[in-house]
Design a protein around this ligand. Sequence first.
Ligand code: FAD
Length: 371
Amino acid sequence: MICDFTKNYDYLVVGAGFFGAAFARIMTDAGKTCLVIDKRNHIGGNAYTEQVDGIEVHKYGAHIFHTSNEEVWGFANRFAKFNDFVNTPLAFFKGKYFNLPFNMNTFRELWGVETAEEAKAKIASQTIDVAEPKNLEEQALKLVGRDVYETLIKGYTEKQWGRDAKDLPAFIIKRVPFRFDFNNNYFNDKYQGVPVGGFTAMIEKMLDGIDVRLGVDFAELKVYADKIARKTVYSGMIDEYYDFCFGHLKYRTLRFETERVEVKRYQRSAVVNYTERAIPYTRIIDHKQFEFGNQDYSIITKEYPAEWGEGTIPYYPINDDENNGLYAKYRAKADEEPRVLFGGRLGAYSYLDMDKVVLMAMNLAKKELSE
Ligand code: FAD
């Protein structure tokens, strides 16, 4: 039998990632009943981590929790103790390392400059004056000039999107944050860190006492959904929920290659971006550095961007006019169906960091509890 869900719940929560888990926790604490399902055989969604040889491996790419929102930080700290990890990624281009985000260390590595005035003058001398950039290349040259663009942006972005920068829309780069101090901390947020013991343990604690079924695709239950629960909270793909009736939303995906290497310190930083187009991967992650591991070996993951298709994970929505228009159609359809509530990064068809997804779950829960 496909469905042996005999209990009636207030909410059937589809997706055991940050969104579904946070929503289920808040509603359970408020006295509501929730059943959380996930089609994967694990909780945590894309933030899932797994122990391999004593190292927490970020199975779907490097995840660092960061936020400036006090309520979100307070909530997250109920389920984990965060370590003091600060994200200071590096870029590697033609044999040289560059600090990220773009700051005075980067400009010194590029041009040997020491002061903000020198760096600003160098950038100004290289930017181009175009009112309406026609493509990503023009937009980048307008914002950052040739050296930063060619060394740190062009190859990486082309790999990420699988197309030449001249064939990519300008909107992909809205602005480029420059810092004219020597601060390599990637995030501007007040709080950041990695949960001690991994993200999976954190989500496990969040779901403590809540009914969870793994390896269950909502598609198998859709016809019974209103018998299982009063409402469905859906953090899967909104177009899939509606059987792609208006067409498919587009995404980019990633392929990960993970290996154990018998080296104590594989690379200089937990995350190194490879900005040359000739190198097929965009990043290498050295997992043990997220938890200051001191093992004699390392577990590393190479991240390869790829075209998304059936059977692959939709990581990055392609928010161009065409897809945003399509999403608006699905949203309008969703608004006509108040017993299904969409959320999370796939429900919102938007790239969202974990803290934003938690905030979204908090807001939805508040709304539900006020009704
Ligand atoms: P997900 O984590 O995707 O969870 C949704 C769940 O729903 C999935 O487990 C899926 O299996 C399940 N599901 C979907 N459809 C169905 C269905 N039909 N039936 C049953 N289950 C279903 N954020 C940060 O804050 N910091 C970072 O450093 C960071 N790094 C990132 C690196 C990469 C490479 C990527 C891709 C993202 C990164 N993010 C980061 C973003 C972070 O992954 C998201 O914010 C977070 O995973 C969103 O949670 P979610 O619950 O909305 O979605």
